[in-house]
Design a protein around this ligand. Structure first.
Ligand SMILES: Nc1ncnc2c1ncn2[C@@H]1O[C@H](COP(=O)(O)OP(=O)(O)O)[C@@H](O)[C@H]1O
Ligand SMILES: [Mg+2]
Length: 249
């Protein structure tokens, strides 16, 4: 690809400036991950090829251990593939240096985990604005953006509270607010409702759905709940590190 001739930082800068106006936000090519463990080699992902369009809400299902988290972690550059490529906004992310990858992740990827991963001794607003501060935004602008998002998600009244004092559902709302603060290209949610009761889980799911339908966000979500999966645009079924089938819902 001609891109390879340019210094990666240049290409990267163009990408974080959100100049990309293509249709495909995420593409993987022959994505493969082999873990070396005491028990030998484990092929967690084997030749995963997928494309996700801007604004799509895609769910991933499959039995425990089939590679769902590994797939999300590699797409979000928390881990590297053994083989294959990940393109975000048309850009081959693993051509970046490690520090560029960290910056890219902060700007372009919104992660939501089952376990919220908030800074518990910090306040809601500080958690939400942290990725914006890391990205170089001023405190006042980050405060403004974080408050706007908290208002939109219905938890502005919790802004000054420590996250540890919130319910699970409220903490997951904070995590979603945090993942939105840098206006990411894609939201990766790994069993975001997995620790929540049915009603609260449904609320969190509805929030992701609204983000997709009303605000054009691109969301890739792992879930064990077939009803939630059916309510997304498309479901990818995985088994043994492979895509078994895809269903348009
Ligand atoms: N860091 C790791 N080291 C070794 N094996 C791993 C590691 N992470 C995941 N695996 C293995 O890779 C496979 C896929 O795991 P994972 O992606 O977590 O599955 P899922 O999220 O679908 O439950 C499993 O066999 C798991 O044990
Ligand atoms: Mg998992």
């Amino acid at each position: 690809m001609s891109n390879n001739q340019q210094p990666s930082s240049t290409i990267y800068k163009e990408n974080v400036d959100h100049e990309y106006d293509g249709d495909i936000v995420l593409k993987t090519e022959h994505l493969t991950k082999v873990f070396d463990s005491l028990a030998g080699k484990i092929t967690a992902l084997s030749d995963i090829n997928l494309e996700i369009k801007k604004g799509e809400f895609v769910s991933i299902m499959g039995p425990s251990g089939c590679g769902k988290s590994t797939l999300l972690n590699i797409i979000g550059a928390l881990d590297k593939p053994t083989f294959g490529k990940v393109f975000i906004n048309g850009f081959d992310i693993f051509t970046l240096t490690d520090s560029e990858i960290a910056t890219m992740r902060n700007r372009l990827i919104g992660f939501v985990f089952q376990s919220y991963n908030l800074v518990n001794r910090s306040t809601v607003i500080k958690n939400v604005k942290l990725p914006a501060i890391i990205a170089g935004m001023s405190q006042s602008e980050a405060d403004f953006r974080a408050m706007k998002i908290l208002q939109a998600l219905g938890i502005a009244d919790k802004a000054k509270q420590k996250t540890i004092n919130l319910s699970g559902g409220q903490q997951q709302r904070v995590a979603i607010a945090r993942c939105l603060v840098n206006n990411p290209a894609i939201i990766l949610a790994d069993e975001p409702t997995g620790n929540l009761d049915t009603k609260t889980g449904a609320d969190i799911f509805d929030m992701l759905k609204i983000l997709s339908q009303k605000f054009g966000r691109t969301v890739l979500m792992v879930t064990h709940n077939p009803e939630l999966a059916e309510s997304t645009n498309r479901t990818i079924m995985m088994r043994d590190g492979k895509i078994e089938k895809e269903t348009v819902n």
